[in-house]
Write a protein of this length. Structure first.
Length: 318
């Protein structure tokens, strides 16, 4: 059953009528093909019109859509001969961060992703994509492993943020995130990060400080969630839509600010309507970003990466 967001209700009604007419036609043998075609075209126009003018808050809702492809879907669709690697070699294995070795279009790579889960059971198992320190230490371990063996790193980011629990703070959450960012910046191999859903705060940056940062069209990437921002500034989470606009968290906003490198177009109506097409588009974009980096040596890669992030700070101050 397809899930519809609040702003998609007119689309849901039209698509519901189309489905109802099709069932009537099958049951009673009535030829209502013309009416089905008319309503289908009307629903398509409504879908195009709605998604052509999404607000920042609506894009946030699309980025959180329960049917949106998750990190494991991208790994399954893009990575062959995948061998998962577990644990941080210090405390435990964190299920919110998944990763391992595999082949991307024939090339050996290390892959990492933040996994939210796709149903109640898997969401609880993956802690809703909110990693604890051991998750970021696992990420650091795999990035360093990639460096030792000269393997490019591909990351797929989808998290509302790092887990804010007392146990995570007691085990050094901030230090673990900082060390993971450091590993990204110091990696002697190409690192391509893709924001596939939510990119929340340091929990996202820990896996996204790469040579190229790509973003799906309806993904969001921000220092704080709109609800969190609204609660701090207005003491009212209901102001989240206003906060979303102010945060400039959409892919187009971030490309204009030169904080990401490319926006990946999604299927009409969002990645959740055609997951296979979304996965394929991400694969093509990752391949295009990775190819020119493969010819660069470690010294050049790290110098370019350093300049890339220093330049963001210079532009913000100018």
């Amino acid at each position: 059953m397809r899930h519809f967001l609040d702003f998609e209700k007119p689309i849901a009604e039209l698509e519901g009528k189309v489905e109802e007419l099709r069932k009537m036609s099958e049951a009673d043998g009535i030829n209502i093909a013309e009416e089905v075609v008319r309503l289908t075209e009307k629903a398509d126009r409504q879908l195009r019109s709605t998604y052509a003018r999404l607000s920042a808050w609506q894009k946030t809702q699309v980025a959180r859509h329960p049917d949106r492809p998750k990190a494991k879907d991208y790994l399954a669709g893009l990575i062959t001969e995948y061998t998962p690697l577990a644990g941080d070699r210090a405390f435990a294995d964190d299920a919110a961060v998944v990763g391992g070795l595999g082949r991307f279009r024939g090339r050996s790579v290390v892959v990492l992703g933040t996994e939210k889960g796709s149903d109640t059971e898997s969401r609880v198992a993956h802690n809703f994509g909110m990693a604890r320190p051991e998750g970021y230490r696992k990420a650091r371990r795999l990035i360093e492993l990639a460096g030792r063996f000269g393997l490019p790193v591909l990351t797929f980011v989808d998290t509302s943020g790092a887990f804010p629990g007392i146990d995570a703070e007691a085990r050094g959450q901030a230090e673990a995130i900082a060390r993971s960012i450091e590993a990204c910046l110091e990696a002697p191999v190409p690192l391509i990060a893709t924001i596939i859903g939510e990119g929340g705060s340091g929990g996202a940056i820990a896996l996204a400080a790469g040579d190229a940062v790509l973003m799906l069209e309806h993904a969001v990437y921000s220092v704080i969630s709109p609800e969190g921002c609204a609660a701090i500034l207005w003491k009212d989470a209901a102001q989240a839509p206003a906060a979303a606009e102010a945060l400039k968290l959409t892919a187009e906003d971030l490309r204009r600010l030169k904080l990401i490198d490319a926006v990946i177009a999604e299927p009409l109506g969002g990645a959740h309507r055609d997951p296979a097409a979304a996965v394929g588009a991400v694969g093509d974009a990752v391949q295009a970003a990775l190819q020119p980096l493969l010819a660069l040596d470690a010294v050049t890669l790290k110098a370019r990466r350093r300049d890339k992030y220093l330049e963001m700070g210079r532009e913000a101050l100018s």
